[in-house]
Design a protein around this ligand. Structure first.
Ligand code: CA
Length: 229
């Protein structure tokens, strides 16, 4: 499964260079050119890591960092900038950046740092081995789901489905893909099965299953799990 990263860079040549290199390395790349777009895209697309240029027109990289952290978003952020003085370095870390690469930098070095950061972030996440959103906590080790203090009844298949949604959060998942990956069916048969299970999940985890906020319907296609962050 490829990692989805967001590149925030206002200079078109640099943006394309970074995009091409990360795509060549197998990453799924979203790129934007302003801080405002960066904050919106992190919330809508849930990248696993952000490569952030500091000097942007309008909202600066510093402000992007601060805004994301204030919203409680802990996505790893690697800052790239020409302002590579020690003072800026400290300011970047204080605002919640995870790493700092000064321009000019080698793209290979940046790719290596991104890879290392993602690995570290993933191992922290897998140690915790649970995923929380809203008042729901999914415990992968014990295969239990809690809503506040109450344990929810989940069948094995329902648990596999919520696990799949969590692992692929933010992605548009077709009914066919869900059937194939969660049920192991290779043919596009009984896609209604998926709808029935999604309806069951919604009754358990949504605040109001008539107006789902977490498992969204993508009309004519399937579903998208978008937990609040
Ligand atoms: Ca710039």
């Amino acid at each position: 499964m490829s990692h989805r990263i967001l590149i925030v860079e206002d200079e078109p040549e640099m943006r394309v260079l970074l995009r091409d290199n990360f795509e060549f390395e197998g990453y799924e790349v979203i790129s934007v050119e302003s801080g405002e777009q960066a904050v919106a895209t992190v919330q809508s697309e849930r990248p696993e890591l952000v490569v952030l240029d500091l000097m942007l027109p309008g909202m600066s990289g510093y402000e992007v960092c601060r805004k994301l952290r204030l919203k409680g978003i802990d996505v790893p952020i690697i800052i790239i900038t020409a302002r590579n003085t020690e003072l800026d370095r400290i300011a970047g870390f204080e605002l919640g950046a995870d790493d700092y690469v000064g321009k000019p930098f080698s793209v290979r070095e940046l790719v290596a740092r991104v890879r290392a950061r993602l690995r570290r972030h993933q191992s922290v996440a897998s140690e915790a081995n649970e995923f929380a959103f809203g008042d729901i906590v999914v415990d992968f080790t014990k295969q239990l789901v809690w809503r506040g203090p109450h344990r929810l009844e989940f069948s094995a298949r329902e648990f596999e489905l919520i696990r799949y949604f969590i692992e692929h959060r933010g992605e548009v998942l077709t009914r066919e893909r869900l059937l194939k990956d969660v049920w192991g069916f290779s043919e596009a048969m009984q896609t209604r099965t998926v709808d029935n299970f999604v309806a069951k999940l919604r009754r358990k985890i949504e605040v109001d299953d008539e107006h789902p906020q977490y498992i969204l319907t993508i009309h004519g296609t399937g579903y998208r799990f978008l937990p609040p962050i």
